[in-house]
Design a binder for this molecule. Structure first.
Ligand SMILES: *[C@@H]1O[C@H](CO)[C@@H](O)[C@H](O)[C@H]1NC(C)=O
Ligand SMILES: *[C@@H]1O[C@H](CO)[C@@H](O)[C@H](O)[C@H]1NC(C)=O
Ligand SMILES: *[C@@H]1O[C@H](CO)[C@@H](O)[C@H](O)[C@H]1NC(C)=O
Ligand SMILES: *[C@@H]1O[C@H](CO)[C@@H](O)[C@H](O)[C@H]1NC(C)=O
Ligand SMILES: [Fe+2]
Length: 427
């Protein structure tokens, strides 16, 4: 190899490291649909971007934004316009380059009754919102969608999720695809509000949430942490980037692909402890979400450290704890694996499902590794979402629905049986 080509190779290596998410493994994507910008049509003091997330079993955090200064108060009850309960929360805001966010209000309310519709009003606004709390007994239905973005495909996915009669949404990272344009975070908040103000939306971060710019903005996750606060302290975590919670008989763990995960890290130690503390008699199901996939046979995103090294560090913990299922994102396609551990089929390993097909502006990842590995049971590059319906301690039904010409079409369906209650997998 001549010196010039060696230099260009070194140069390519350096810039590919810089653009680590897209350059190394390139793939062709079909035309995506265009980004929708969702405007705010009311006055500056009116609430917008309302979303809720569950805190412990019976509390809810309500988050909303106003462009002018208003108080972070909520009135709520179980009838329309109710003011049986008043609570005041906290207000936050952030700067990003020349952008200054609106006032970001959040308040935790409860204890709340299970499976009940609550009506609420925010600040001085007379607009009535409502949400339904999660049930306290099986069944429970989760909607799962990653890599959402805010395109017409996203709108189609959200319409189908809305029709699914779900109890809680789980999102394995990549929300707004704002990519430093902070107005797009606001637009995303308004796009999802009709759903996210009515059911708890529980999210974890993806690479599009990092938003670090060398020299100009060195702090990661500024917008994400300010706008999408999750109940991490309640699970003993020290970071909004990883946390867990219980809902009905399900322990849900949200992992962070873009923060430290090595065996000395806070995240690793927290996960170890969290798994030790799970009482499977109370929560027989353990469901995990992570953005960068540990199992993936698409050409997209092969070999990235956040997938390979995180899996090397943490796969044993999930396997030994008999986690039931791991939902992954990042790859814009759908794929379901068999139960696996260390790249081989293993009846006591989790089922891995890639559900990064929410509908963002980057389009689909259509090229697959050929032949299909034996452990990969179903793969298809199409936009859509999934639902996990947990019927009881032993049985759950997973369905993937694709957005086929805007119709929701059932495309992959599988019964999952609980691992902890499987005598062959006793630990
Ligand atoms: C809550 O606040 C509203 C408006 O200030 C008031 O009318 C209502 O009586 C309060 N409710 C309680 C329980 O304090
Ligand atoms: C969700 O569905 C309900 C009824 O099924 C409908 O009234 C409502 O407008 C829908 N919301 C959105 C945002 O599509
Ligand atoms: C922690 O990780 C390092 C490097 O990845 C490895 O060499 C070491 O053996 C690991 N320690 C434990 C206790 O697993
Ligand atoms: C659990 O739910 C499945 C699916 O509905 C059903 O076949 C099974 O009998 C149920 N098991 C128990 C113990 O109720
Ligand atoms: Fe991603």
């Amino acid at each position: 190899m001549g010196v010039p080509s060696l230099i260009s190779l070194v140069f390519l290596f350096l810039i590919s490291g810089f653009f680590e998410f897209d350059v190394v493994y390139s793939y062709t994507r079909p035309p995506p649909r265009k980004t929708i910008f969702t405007p705010h049509s009311e006055d500056d003091s009116s609430p917008q971007q309302v979303h809720i997330s569950q805190v412990r079993r019976d509390h809810m955090m309500i988050t909303w934004i106003t462009e002018s200064s208003t108080s972070p108060t909520i009135q709520y009850g179980i009838t329309p316009s109710a003011n049986n309960f008043n609570h005041t929360g906290v207000t936050d805001s952030y700067h990003y380059l020349i952008y200054k966010s609106g006032e970001i209000h959040s308040v935790i309310i409860g204890p709340l009754q299970p499976n009940t519709i609550y009506y609420y009003r925010l600040g001085d606004s007379s607009k009535d919102y409502s949400f339904k709390t999660t049930p306290s007994q099986f069944p429970i239905k989760f909607a799962v969608a990653g890599d959402l973005g805010q395109t017409e495909w996203t709108k189609s996915t959200l319409d189908h999720i809305n029709m699914s009669n779900y109890d809680m949404l789980l999102l394995p990272g990549d929300l707004a695809y704002a990519d430093s344009l902070q107005n797009l975070w606001d637009s995303f908040g308004r796009l999802v509000e009709p759903l996210a103000s009515q059911r708890p939306w529980m999210v974890t971060q993806g690479n599009h949430e990092v938003e670090k710019i060398p020299v100009l903005h060195s702090e990661p996750f500024t917008a994400y942490n300010a706008r999408w606060k999750m109940p991490y302290e309640q699970s003993g975590s020290d970071s909004n980037l990883y946390y867990s919670f219980d809902v009905v008989g399900v322990h849900v763990i949200m992992l962070g692909s873009y923060t430290d995960f090595d065996n000395e890290s806070n995240q690793y130690k927290w996960l170890q402890k969290d798994l030790e503390n799970v009482i499977r008699e109370n929560t027989p199901w353990v469901v995990v979400l992570v953005h960068a996939p540990w199992y993936n046979s698409n050409n997209a995103h092969q070999g990235e450290s956040e997938s390979v090294d995180m899996k090397a560090s943490m796969e044993d913990l999930l396997y030994q704890a008999r986690a039931d299922v791991v939902f992954e994102g990042h790859v814009h396609a759908y794929e379901r694996f068999t139960r696996v551990y260390k790249d081989k089929g293993d009846k006591c390993g989790p089922v891995y499902i890639n559900i990064g097909d929410g509908g963002n502006r980057e389009g689909l990842a259509t090229k697959y590794i050929d032949p299909q590995p034996e452990i990969s049971l179903f793969r298809e590059a199409n936009f859509g979402h999934g639902t996990l319906e947990v019927f009881n301690a032993t049985h759950a039904l997973w369905n993937w629905q694709k957005n086929d010409n805007d119709e929701a079409v059932f495309s992959d369906s599988i019964w999952l049986t609980n691992l902890f209650l499987n005598p062959a997998c006793k630990v």
